[in-house]
Design a protein. Structure first.
Length: 275
């Protein structure tokens, strides 16, 4: 589901690029505002593979301007035609490579210290994320205003390394595809090749459910999209995002818990206040 893809992107960005003890820190995206802009980009990119259908939720993330279709709908129509339709090219290894290549081109667009290319992609991806998280609101000016605000923020704060943009986009797309592979629909990751499972493969315990007759692969541990298991996992991701974000902001310090008195000491203090 769209909102779940978005929050998983945020969680993945903070887990891999965070600078505190609750993150792995294997990606150097900076700290503070730079990390926030990186996380925002990954969040939006985690919805990008679904931009292959003109009637998808994110296709209507930006409202129409007069009689013309909305820019987001035009973008989704173009991606859908190039990729072969919904859940085809954009949900494959070659799809990730194409999005990364586009991001590499945009990553070169800079003016002084301003990341122009990242701002362009940030504007589109933010509109996607706002729609998926149901934060666009009822007024047409809101998604435009918020997307432009985030684009301006990204343009100023995004890492100066031109390869950070393709990294953020590639990470977000990969997180999306892994999420879809965990559902029963799975993904055609080898598209345009769609190798069918050998006859009788479906009868093999566990492995039989990881390759279907449409050439899609996965590990459907979450069941159907929108299942209770998916919602539980989403709640875990949301909790982690809150923890990581508050820790990065200095609001919460998990290390402080280690300095608190042991439970037995607290109990003794309550029962024998005079020691």
């Amino acid at each position: 589901m769209g909102g779940h893809h978005a929050i998983s992107g945020t969680a993945g960005a903070l887990a891999l690029a965070g600078t505190t003890g609750v993150s792995l820190g294997v990606i150097d995206a900076g700290s503070g505002m730079s990390l926030a802009s990186f996380a925002a980009m990954v969040t939006g990119a985690a919805l990008l593979p679904d931009a292959d259908h003109h009637n998808a939720t994110i296709a209507h993330s930006l409202p129409k301007l007069g009689p013309l279709p909305s820019p987001s709908e035009i973008i989704c129509r173009m991606i859908g035609k190039i990729s072969g339709g919904h859940r085809h090219g954009t949900h494959s290894i070659i799809g990730i490579a194409a999005f990364v290549a586009l991001a590499m081109l945009l990553g070169q667009l800079r003016y002084g210290g301003l990341a122009i290319g990242a701002a362009i992609m940030g504007f589109v991806l933010t509109s996607f994320a706002l729609k998926a998280l149901k934060l666009s609101g009822p007024f047409s000016v809101l998604p435009w205003g918020l997307s432009l605000a985030v684009a301006g923020f990204v343009m100023k704060e995004f890492d100066t390394d031109p390869f950070m943009l393709p990294l953020a986009v590639g990470l977000g797309c990969a997180i999306h595809i892994v999420g879809d592979m965990a559902t029963t629909d799975m993904c055609p990751i080898l598209y345009p090749l769609n190798p069918k499972a050998p006859k009788g493969f479906e009868h093999i315990p566990v492995l039989g459910s990881c390759w279907n007759d449409k050439g899609s692969f996965g590990f459907p541990i979450l069941g159907n999209a929108g299942s209770i298991r998916e919602w539980i996992l989403c709640l875990v991701f949301t909790g982690y995002v809150v923890l990581a974000a508050t820790t990065e902001a200095g609001i919460f310090d998990p290390g402080a818990w280690a300095t608190l008195p042991h439970f037995d000491e607290i109990k003794t203090g309550l029962t024998d206040p005079l020691g």
